[in-house]
Ligand binder design. Structure first.
Ligand code: GLA
Length: 676
């Protein structure tokens, strides 16, 4: 349980009463009650208010707010306010502002704007976090700490450059090691003094975001920046823990946000929280995958849905409304996938600046007679009714899909072989193929214990970091099924090619080697021609984008290319290794292939779909004390039927019982559990 003070699914969100005058606050409190809201995230952007100058702190407003909320029955997720520095700080200490990738020194403005390697920023932020912890540690309203806000962005200041050199010295000890790791004999880049090293910006090695001359340098810069921001988080974390030991600490993450290695961050977070902002056309399976990734950051521990909009965003090109029922449905999607909170940005809609068109529980009209408020209040009642039933329930998936931020950086920084390759999309294809067949999967990092899974899928495992290949070998030897794809096993953690034949360190377990990699033009494709039938697989499927030209060296060839000069070469192989099997898919296949392939491999491993259901139904299960809770979410507007098996089950929300066929209402859901 996140905090046993509040033993239910938390319901609330970001609340900014400082933007309003006192008479409005009473109205807020009345409406929170009406909506069943029991947690407010406060103080997120209040640094300038609570520290009006270098030597003055003023907590009177915050004291009163904490007390008022508590009296109203609303608990507090207390932010440290360090996500945007005050103007006085930037004015007096210009080093706290960032320098951008083009070398431009920023002035005061915006948010998420502090130079993470500024000692001044770090000192002020840490001090503030400590003061807040000391003051509010025993406040009865406090249920969680929220450090800063959506950490992110890179900085190219002198301070960061100096810190980068120190970071590199720790990592490489000698310049000799560094020169080798970065392959600096290329283009005459040999460094003879640490001071010669500069950040990879548009003034040096990079252009257009992810284009770089030196992958090794750019990769280390990304690691360094993720660590720099993490260091800021850790300083605040430790300052809080000095006073407040029992209240969980989090910071709000952003799903697949590219810039930070969240698996590293998760090690220092008591509970994961994240902000979920899908667009009208984001595939629901992509959102599902993102929830699963957030759950996977801490080995399946339940997470907080920290923010979502009740209705619409403001920062997208097209800020469509969530259709009636969708806010509720997507809230339950989060719960189904491991969230123990449902929280919004924002509780009351602001009237000025750039977020005034962002949806809120309380709209500009100011009263409760709105579609959005009615939907919010209905969900509030349901969450109240669910009590603690689902808290702490876990996933019991038997398939793990590997996602690695550092591999992603390396793939995205890669110059060639194809601009069409998108690591996250490639992972999503595999995830989606399972999702569409109602087969559960966890999203996992490379440090996860693989032995709890029957099948581990690692699409585009381009970079094999130390220890991963051995781990995969041990997993397969012991009977596991490993699946990987084209463009895997190519480089080590420094983006240096493992010579002696791709897929390098994974070659032994896969029993193949790849000689060349062909990049197809967007309009081109090749074929996967099955050698006979195997399970659901048979006939011919399409593939495109990249084609590895592979040779079997021990692996069985299950399919071969159907055209081009490499027609007849293997495209799908299976290698028996110890008690298990390792599959290699040498190209990017069409969805039908992945559907049939993953169904076949799952069946072989005795992994069954949760239900039989048409497209539009999402099924997922959480298990608590051995009791499964099966969520059936219907993403279509019309009712759909799912076959759930003969056992009688009861819906937690309505008490209705089902066996055989269950009708899932359009844009609605069932949470089915055993009937006792
Ligand atoms: C983020 C931030 C919030 C708010 C919302 C708007 O998630 O954390 O402060 O800006 O976006 O969608």
């Amino acid at each position: 349980m996140i905090n046993d003070k509040l033993p239910k699914i938390w319901y609330g969100g970001d609340y900014n009463p400082e933007q309003w005058d006192a008479p409005v606050w009473a109205e807020d409190e009345r409406m929170f009650k009406l909506a069943g809201i029991d947690v407010a995230t406060i103080n997120v952007f209040s640094w300038a208010l609570i520290q009006p100058s270098e030597d003055t702190y003023d907590f009177s407003g915050l004291d009163a707010l904490m007390d008022r909320l508590y009296k109203n029955g609303t608990y507090v997720c207390l932010a440290t306010a360090t996500g945007a520095h005050p103007a006085w700080m930037a004015h007096r200490y210009p080093e706290v502002t960032r320098v951008d990738v083009q070398g431009r020194k920023r002035k005061f403005g915006g948010r998420h704007n502090s130079n993470p390697n500024s000692e001044v920023y770090r000192k002020f932020a840490t001090k503030l976090a400590g003061k807040l912890a000391e003051r509010y540690k025993d406040h009865p309203a406090l249920v969680a700490w929220h450090i800063s806000n959506e950490f992110g962005g890179y900085d190219y200041s002198e301070q960061s450059e100096a810190a980068f050199r120190v970071w590199l010295q720790k990592r490489y000890s000698t310049l000799d090691n560094l020169n080798r790791a970065w392959n600096t004999s290329f283009w005459g880049h040999t460094f003879y003094d640490w001071e010669e090293i500069v950040l990879p910006s548009e003034l040096s090695e990079e252009w257009n975001g992810n284009r770089t001359n030196f992958q090794g340098i750019s990769l280390d810069f990304r690691r360094f920046m993720s660590d720099s921001l993490l260091e800021c988080y850790k300083l605040e974390y430790n300052a809080i823990k000095e006073h407040s030991t029992n209240v969980p600490i989090t910071t709000n993450l952003m799903g697949f946000y590219p810039e930070l290695d969240y698996f590293e961050w998760a090690k220092y977070m008591d509970v994961i929280s994240w902000d979920n902002y899908p667009a009208l056309d984001t595939p629901v399976s992509f959102t599902a995958m993102t929830h699963d990734l957030m759950r996977g950051l801490k080995n399946g521990q339940p997470f907080m849905l920290m923010e979502q909009t009740p209705s619409q965003q403001n920062w997208m090109p097209y800020n469509s409304l969530k259709r009636p029922g969708v806010m509720r449905l997507w809230s339950y999607q989060a719960v189904a996938r491991g969230a123990d909170t449902v929280m919004f940005f924002q509780l009351r809609r602001s009237i000025g600046a750039c977020e005034k068109y962002h949806g809120a529980v309380i709209e500009h009209v100011g009263h409760e007679h709105t579609r959005v408020f009615r939907e919010v209040a209905q969900l509030g009642k349901e969450l109240e009714q669910l009590g603690d039933t689902l808290l702490d329930a876990r996933s019991a998936a038997q398939i793990g899909i590997v996602y690695d931020w550092q591999n992603r950086w390396a793939v995205e920084l890669s110059s060639g072989p194809s601009v069409a390759l998108n690591y996250v999309n490639e992972i999503h294809k595999y995830y989606d193929a399972l999702y569409q067949q109602n087969i559960e999967a966890d999203m996992i990092g490379i440090e996860e214990d693989l032995s709890k899974y029957k099948i581990v899928i690692a699409p585009v495992m381009y970079m094999v970091r130390p220890g991963f290949a051995e781990k995969v070998e041990a997993f397969v030897k012991a009977g596991g099924t490993f699946i990987t794809t084209f463009f895997s096993g190519i480089v080590n953690e420094n983006d240096l090619v493992t010579v002696g034949g791709y897929p390098g360190e994974l070659r032994k377990v896969l029993g193949i080697w790849a000689e060349e990699i062909d990049a197809l033009l967007p309009e081109m494709s090749n074929e996967i021609v099955m050698n006979g039938t195997w399970g659901r697989l048979g006939g011919v499927y399409k593939c495109n984008m990249l084609c590895d030209l592979i040779h079997a060296e021990g692996a069985e060839v299950l399919a071969q290319y159907g055209s081009d000069f490499y027609k007849g070469m293997p495209v799908l192989t299976a290698n028996s290794f110890g008690e298990g099997k390792a599959y290699y898919i040498a190209s990017s296949p069409e969805a039908a292939f992945l559907r049939d392939f993953l169904a076949t491999v799952s069946e072989e491993q005795g992994i069954q779909p949760l239900v039989a259901a048409p497209e539009g139904i999402e099924s997922v299960q959480r298990v608590k004390n051995g009791v499964p809770y099966l969520f059936l979410l219907n993403h279509q507007p019309e009712d759909l039927k799912a076959e759930i098996g003969a056992a009688e089950r009861v819906d937690l929300l309505t008490g209705q019982t089902f066996s055989g066929t269950a009708v899932v209402p359009g844009r609605g859901l069932l949470i089915l559990t055993e009937k006792n």
